[in-house]
Write a protein that binds this ligand. Structure first.
Ligand code: 5GP
Ligand code: ZN
Length: 145
């Protein structure tokens, strides 16, 4: 998926309609066409970028900057008790549109969404080993000073 074929780029360019709720220079927010709860909103950067690890920190910061205001408005609009912020990255994580985006999913008590959270405990030593590998892979130059 590239800028030419990307459905979100087409929405940003006005070639595909959307139900817009907010826009600034860097981001666009609109209702998801296939919501999993009333008010389910997508927040996307205007610059095409496929997923979080391929995205510069300025673009991610622009998304984060708009998020508190949007989450507040979405939650109030539908009288939700809370919301999930989701960001699927890669096929295995359920990403369908390869243009980085945040889902704001309004939640209500007993709404039945995301009932499964298959947590487990690490065997002795495994958490430390994984953490060590993560630390070795940190590219600190990607973090904005
Ligand atoms: P993903 O699984 O990639 O995180 O989710 C992509 C989301 O984009 C889905 O929830 C899907 O319903 C939404 N979506 C896909 N195409 C369109 C579209 O043309 N318009 C809008 N508003 N949402 C879309
Ligand atoms: Zn795109």
């Amino acid at each position: 998926m590239n800028v030419q074929t990307c459905v979100f780029c087409k929405i940003i360019a006005g070639q595909i309609p959307c139900t817009k709720v907010y826009e600034n220079d860097a981001v666009l927010a609109f209702l998801d066409i296939g919501p999993i709860s009333d008010g389910h909103t997508l927040v996307v950067p205007k610059a095409h970028t496929p997923r979080v690890d391929k995205t510069d920190s300025h673009t991610m910061a622009a998304l984060a900057q708009a998020l508190p205001m949007l989450a507040d408005a979405v939650q109030q609009a539908v009288g939700a008790d809370g919301y999930n912020i989701l960001c699927n990255n890669g096929l295995s994580a359920g990403q369908i549109v390869e243009h980085v985006h945040l889902h704001i999913v309004p939640r209500k008590k007993n709404d039945g969404l995301f009932n499964q959270w298959p947590s487990f405990q690490y065997p002795q030593g495994k958490a430390g080993a994984i953490a060590e590998k993560i630390i070795q892979n940190l590219n600190l130059s990607r973090v904005r000073p």
